[in-house]
Design a protein around this ligand. Structure first.
Ligand SMILES: Nc1ncnc2c1ncn2[C@@H]1O[C@H](COP(=O)(O)OP(=O)(O)OP(=O)(O)O)[C@@H](O)[C@H]1O
Length: 279
């Protein structure tokens, strides 16, 4: 385990229950500073829950979550951690600029920050537009712009590229790398496996556990797969022989064998989530 000084986030033995579901059950990880770290895994595997725990808004049942050397959620981190959820969290009846000006005041960030955030997210042409009239991709960029105010040291972004066209996705990924080059640590979730290759490091998640903590190059070399999607499926098969759906095999458990700690209310079960991973 990395020592806390070198890491943006250190997690040991994290346990989280949501409703009757054990979503995370003894999860360990560390996230280095100044890198773009991808958190990848099928829908329902616990990515959002892990991010909420890092940001300090998730009630946890046990374990330690340390962020920038402080306990997650502590007051000292308030201006140092930016979080963008999947749902846009900006005001519809204000313009882009009015939203950012409002959040800047709440944060006590510098006046220049509004223009800097508008430029970074390529929203200059929409700055005077009401958020209610923006496209989905533009709206999610306003949330991202709000998270950039105050130059947080850690940015936690939950699926920031969903619904964006390929060109915008490429632009956003280059923004993420520019921020990392400037010393910001980024944790970015996605269930689009081709985005894995854009990250400096990868955390592959499955059913509340980290299957691999690696780099894109190591992942491909270690699995012998041609792309990130194939590599993830190879890892799944290694860890859960029942997922070797397209490999003729007579050993291993039957397809309907019980799996330990399968979430009770998972949105995705068994093979379905592998199909999701494969998309
Ligand atoms: N309030 C809740 N009560 C019960 N179960 C919940 C609750 N919130 C989440 N869960 C369950 O916890 C698990 C993890 O959810 P989480 O949102 O962390 O997944 P995710 O990997 O972010 O999924 P997605 O990619 O679809 O956003 C899922 O099985 C989900 O159904």
């Amino acid at each position: 385990m990395m020592n806390s000084g070198d890491a943006a986030v250190v997690i040991e033995g994290l346990r989280v229950r949501r409703g009757r579901t054990k979503v995370l059950d003894g999860l360990d990880l560390s996230i280095p500073r100044g890198q773009v770290v991808g958190l990848l895994g099928p829908s329902g595997c616990g990515k959002t829950t892990l991010m909420r725990s890092i940001v300090g808004v998730q009630r946890v049942a046990g374990g330690r979550v340390e962020v920038l050397g402080q306990p997650a959620g502590s007051g000292a981190l308030r201006h140092r951690v930016g979080y963008v959820t999947q749902a846009a969290s900006v005001y519809d009846d204000l313009t882009v600029r009015q939203n950012l000006a409002y959040f800047r005041r709440v944060l006590g960030a510098g006046r220049d920050d509004v223009d800097r955030a508008i430029d970074a997210t390529d929203l200059r042409a929409n700055a005077g537009q009401l958020v209610s009239t923006l496209s989905g991709g533009q709206r999610s960029r306003v949330s991202l712009a709000a998270a950039l105010l105050g130059s947080p040291d850690l940015l936690v972004l939950d699926e920031p590229t969903v619904g964006l066209d390929p060109l915008l996705r490429v632009e956003l990924w280059s923004l993420f790398h520019r921020l990392a080059d400037g010393g910001t640590s980024l944790l970015i979730s996605s269930h689009v496996m081709d985005e894995a290759t854009r990250c400096d490091r990868l955390l592959l998640m499955r059913e509340g556990a980290i299957l691999a903590d690696t780099t894109p190059e190591e992942l491909l070399a270690e699995t012998g797969a041609a792309d990130a999607e194939g590599a993830f499926l190879t890892l799944l098969r290694r860890h859960h022989p029942r997922h070797a759906l397209d490999e003729p095999t007579t050993d291993g458990p039957p397809p309907d064998a019980p799996v330990p700690e399968q979430p009770e209310s998972s949105r995705q079960h068994g093979g379905t989530s592998d199909e999701e991973a494969a998309r």
